[in-house]
Design a protein around this ligand. Structure first.
Ligand SMILES: [Zn+2]
Length: 204
């Protein structure tokens, strides 16, 4: 049996609040935003918008309600392989915590097993668990890497994220083609040059 303990993020927002009450509450706030931008919330096209926006927002932040035990769901298996495992091009959709606008891109994950391997789909689920929260790309990268390290007990983990941020593209500097690349390398990925090079060349 594998016992997993993940340190919770400080002050998880609204833990324990009922989804119904929270949803209703959120709807009212979206209605106020519609009024604040000078629109008429009673206009036909906007009538159900607070409801839809609240549902969408709940979906995009559902990562707060997940915990790692439930996400991994026992899919850790014994293996004597110590070859690097790489999952490339995991789709990423997250929300910038500074502007509440999406950032989206790709996540590449690699790890070197140390007696245990994890079901591949679970890596994508771990990405989603952290991406569906209010995030900054740097922290997201670290959280995915640390969690994978903890649940697999791997010799090393590498995570690289490349993403475009709508808060940069639609507002502010309006740089449509810039993307941001972040990485977090742990264990042998950090200490061993050959290992790091292999990982970085395989995710190209
Ligand atoms: Zn932003």
């Amino acid at each position: 049996m594998i016992i997993v303990f993940i340190t919770p993020r400080p002050n998880p927002p609204h833990k324990g609040e009922g989804i119904h009450i929270k949803g209703k509450h959120m709807e009212e706030h979206f209605r106020q935003i519609i009024v604040a931008v000078g629109e008429d919330p009673k206009r036909e096209g906007l009538l159900k918008t607070p409801y839809r926006a609240a549902r969408a927002f709940e979906f995009m932040t559902q990562g707060y309600k997940k915990d790692i035990k439930e996400v991994v769901n026992g899919a850790i298996f014994t293996s004597d392989s110590d070859e690097m495992v790489i999952v490339k091009d995991i789709e990423l959709y997250s929300m910038c915590e500074h502007h509440l606008l999406p950032f989206l891109g790709r996540v590449h994950v690699g790890y070197v097993p140390n007696g245990k391997i994890i079901g591949l789909s679970k890596i994508a689920r771990i990405v989603d668990m952290y991406a569906r929260r209010l995030q900054v790309q740097e922290n997201l990268t670290k959280e995915i890497a640390k969690t994978l390290m903890e649940v697999t007990g791997a010799l090393g983990v590498g995570v690289v994220i490349e993403a475009k941020h709508l808060c940069m593209m639609m507002r502010g500097v309006e740089k449509q083609n810039s993307s941001m690349k972040t990485s977090c390398l742990l264990g042998v990925f950090r200490k061993d040059d050959a290992c790091r090079k292999e990982f970085l060349s395989l995710i190209q």
